[in-house]
Design a binder for this molecule. Structure first.
Ligand SMILES: [Zn+2]
Length: 163
């Protein structure tokens, strides 16, 4: 199924100690639900503290990360507990490029980029990553928002002045 949402998560574990392999192993023990790519991790993507990106599931494959959204969303998880830690600049860089490319590839509207807590009873992705999600949406919603009459008037006046 075509993904319609991007849902952001944190691992809720120590940022610098959490690897793709450790989460994959944890999920294997938990539900043993193997992806087409041969992994058990419930997220489509995982970003470690050094900014390295791992893919665990195909974009259009059912995930195991957000109840009610597993069949139509891309789950992205960053290693860390962002209730108490901050994401690294490298993690944020990778996240921004990944979100940009997936939005473009699947034509996902910016309003459909969500933090896990917005659609479930959880603290995930932690306050310090949730703030990134909100800022990201605001930044791009501004761009997508139609102009007001007043803004258009100002632009026309500017153009006329150039004549
Ligand atoms: Zn989550």
């Amino acid at each position: 199924m075509k993904p319609e949402f991007i849902i952001i998560h944190h691992s809720a574990t120590d940022r610098d100690q959490t690897s793709f392999e450790s989460v994959n192993e944890f999920h294997k023990q938990k539900w043993n639900f193997k992806s087409k790519l041969g992994y058990y991790i419930g997220y489509q993507y995982f970003i470690t503290a050094d900014g390295k990106l791992y893919q665990g599931r195909a974009d259009d494959e059912t995930g195991a990360h957000t109840i009610g959204y597993n069949i139509n969303s891309i789950g992205i998880c960053l290693a860390g507990n962002f209730m108490v830690e901050q994401p690294t600049p490298a993690q944020i860089n990778s996240l921004e490029s990944l979100v940009a490319s997936k939005r473009e590839q699947w034509n996902i509207p910016v309003k459909n980029i969500l933090g896990h807590r917005e659609v479930g009873q959880t603290l995930c992705p932690g306050d310090n990553l949730m703030s990134w999600v909100k800022e990201y949406r605001e930044k791009f919603l501004q761009v997508e928002k139609p102009k007001t009459k007043e803004e258009i008037k100002v632009e026309i006046i500017k153009l006329l002045e150039q004549l």
